[in-house]
Design a binder for this molecule. Structure first.
Ligand code: SIB
Ligand code: ZN
Length: 435
């Protein structure tokens, strides 16, 4: 057994209390062996956590990783126009190598800011998986399906590809990669495709991940044409089925009404809240406090870097707290411990991935956050600082599956300069091909 010891720090426990302790990790099984004072110093490898907090690695539970290539390419537009006029024409030119380069850039940014696991809905999944294998992160990945503007055959081919890659790659990278069937949304994928392919996802044993209730443009046509709310329609075509072993999860849920929140709570359907994307695209304010009150599992996501525009979950925690209070007109809503839980255990639960808790037996997916910066002084309350004052660059070390991905702010699994250079070159070339 090779062991990793994280020594001399404070530890964020699952109940969001903080205590001084070392963390001892079995690097072969990737599990936390023990969390106790003075147990780390004899480990094979040591990470210093003095003046620091050891917390669960952050979980970015919704995004489109390779959209880092489009960061800052088209801003200040609403969702539909932004997708149709700017994003989709460029994405039509993407190659597998572009996606790999953009995904590596995303992972470099995520590892540096303490994120150990992410959910990715995008194209060229084999290249995404290869990049994840190399970077050492954990992920749930899938091929996003869009059927609008496609004939029947092309639509079915797109959906079949999503099922096929989900079957092929579930369990890849020593089990760190899991998959899902990923229809893009209830309005960009036809009813026939849901009816034909959701049962195939069930058979393959993978969950479904989809955008729902992101903007009113996604709600109104369903209500008008079908006389039901989007979550009801989703259930009608087989999603959020409490009988299934698989827990489906949706991104956004901004315009969910109380009946839909209730239905999600009853079925165990998870929600990934993406506050920065919702603000930037002026999509609206999700009823997050109502979801938490109802017992809906809620995680946090950045969405793609083109609608955020970074992948720093510390920023997302702050945004979630701020927007949640504004939405509820209540300063006590979406409190600091709630957002810290959403960004860690909540995201892991929603995405169905290990991690999210610092305790014996849990996956050793951890971030060590330095607390010696002026903006984190004095420390009355560690959890308050995580939610309101810390940023991704405060993270010193990142560990996933027991492996040190970043030590002393130096990412070990990716060559930062090479990743930046390749992403820059490919992004410029991509955009010029599309113009
Ligand atoms: N195979 C599909 C691709 C779908 S991938 C997922 C898609 O989600 C898009 N996307 C990114 N951010 C958002 C968002 O906030 N809402 C909805 N879609 C988004 C992204 O640009 C990408 O096209 C096709 O043939 O077009
Ligand atoms: Zn999205």
């Amino acid at each position: 057994m090779t062991t990793l010891g994280i020594t001399d720090g404070q530890v964020l426990r699952p109940d969001t209390t903080v205590e001084a302790a070392d963390v001892l990790i079995d690097q072969e099984s990737g599990e936390i062996l023990d969390v106790e004072p003075d147990i780390g110093a004899s480990a094979d490898e040591i990470l210093d956590a003095s003046d620091s907090l050891v917390m669960p690695g952050l979980v970015n539970a919704h995004g489109h990783a390779a959209m880092t290539l489009l960061r800052g390419y088209a801003d200040d537009k609403p969702l539909e126009a932004w997708l149709r006029e700017d994003v989709w024409p460029v994405e039509a030119e993407l190659t597998g190598e572009d996606v790999a380069a953009g995904t590596r850039l995303a992972m470099l940014e995520m590892i540096r800011s303490g994120t150990t696991a992410f959910v990715d809905m995008y194209f060229e999944v084999p290249d995404v998986v290869a990049a994840i294998e190399e970077a050492g992160m954990r992920a749930r990945v899938g091929h996003g399906v869009v059927t609008v503007g496609k004939d029947d055959e092309a639509a079915r081919e797109d959906a079949a590809e999503s099922i096929a890659v989900a079957e092929t790659f579930d369990g890849a990278a020593d089990g760190r990669v899991r998959t899902a069937f990923m229809p893009h949304s209830l309005t960009t994928v036809s009813e026939e495709v849901f009816r034909e392919f959701v049962p195939q996802a069930r058979e393959a044993g993978v969950p479904v991940h989809i955008h729902v209730n992101e903007t009113t443009h996604e709600v109104d046509p369903i209500v008008e044409e079908r006389g039901m709310r989007p979550v009801e329609y989703a259930r009608e075509v087989g999603l959020f089925d409490p009988e299934s072993d698989q827990r489906d999860f949706l991104a956004h849920g901004v315009h969910s009404d109380s009946g839909e929140v209730e239905a999600l709570a009853e079925t165990g359907g998870g929600v990934v809240h993406c506050p920065a994307s919702n603000m930037k695209l002026a999509s609206g304010m999700a009823p997050v406090q109502a979801m938490l009150d109802a017992g809906v599992p809620v995680g946090l996501g950045t969405d793609g870097a083109a609608s955020n525009n970074d992948l720093d979950l510390f920023g997302e925690m702050r945004d979630a707290a701020m927007l949640g209070k504004l939405a509820s007109e209540d300063a006590s809503a979406v409190a600091a411990p709630d957002v810290v839980r959403m960004a860690t255990e909540g995201g892991a639960t929603v995405a169905g991935l290990p991690g999210g808790r610092v305790e014996p037996g849990a996956a050793a997916d951890l971030a060590v956050v330095g607390f010696d910066a002026p903006h984190l002084t004095p420390t009355h309350d560690h959890v308050s600082h995580l939610a309101y004052a810390a940023t991704g660059s405060d993270v010193r070390h990142t560990v996933c599956d027991g492996r040190v991905l970043m030590r002393d702010r130096e990412v070990r699994t990716l060559d930062a300069e090479a990743v930046r250079t390749e992403a820059t070159e490919r992004a410029f070339d991509l955009v010029s091909r599309a113009e």
